[in-house]
Design a protein around this ligand. Structure first.
Ligand code: ZN
Length: 178
């Protein structure tokens, strides 16, 4: 995740519009248990609304999933047997395999990748490239054309090699610039 580096207090202003549109009503939303932090981050990067708080207790996870219609992702066989909640037992340790499993079992299409902050789950805003100057490493600024900004934590994001690898993991073509 080192590719997703941030800078503090970037210049704000303008009207950054998210570059892509998705039917959020039909996109699955998730809540992940404490064991699945890396998976949660990657689901966010792929555009899925994913709650993750390692301090959440089992009952809180179940309650949130029920109340908000979220799919509970868990490594805990006890949790998947809870009634009244849609859940998926993640059966792998490595995040690549986890993502492949979730993607296959739920038929994820990642219709709006690169749209959500992996740290805080906020929607990212497309921003002019010039905004990133001074806030990202010079090499990154020179080699990347598109940057997005999280309004929640003020981190800049771009599509690095991790991005390409994970896209290929779920069988989706990595997109580089638009
Ligand atoms: Zn953020």
């Amino acid at each position: 995740m080192d590719r997703f580096v941030l800078a503090d207090e970037p210049g704000r202003g303008g009207t950054g519009e998210p570059g892509q549109v998705v039917d959020w009503e039909s996109a699955p939303r998730f809540v992940a248990d404490a064991m699945l932090g890396r998976l949660a981050r990657w689901l966010r990067i792929l555009g899925y609304d994913t709650l993750y708080d390692p301090r959440s207790h089992d009952d809180e996870l179940v309650r949130t999933a029920r109340a908000e219609g979220r799919i509970l992702l868990t490594r805990d066989t006890g949790l998947v047997s809870r009634r009244g909640v849609r859940s998926l037992l993640v059966s792998h340790d490595h995040v690549d395999a986890q993502l492949r499993q979730v993607s296959a079992e739920l038929g994820l299409q990642a219709p709006n990748p690169f749209s959500r902050c992996p740290v805080c789950n906020e929607r990212l805003e497309a921003v002019p490239r010039s905004w990133a100057w001074g806030y990202v490493p010079p090499y990154t600024f020179c080699t990347q054309q598109e940057f997005r900004l999280c309004p929640g934590c003020n981190r800049f994001y771009w599509r690095g090699t991790h991005w390409e690898r994970m896209c290929s993991t779920i069988g989706k073509e990595a997109r580089t610039g638009e």
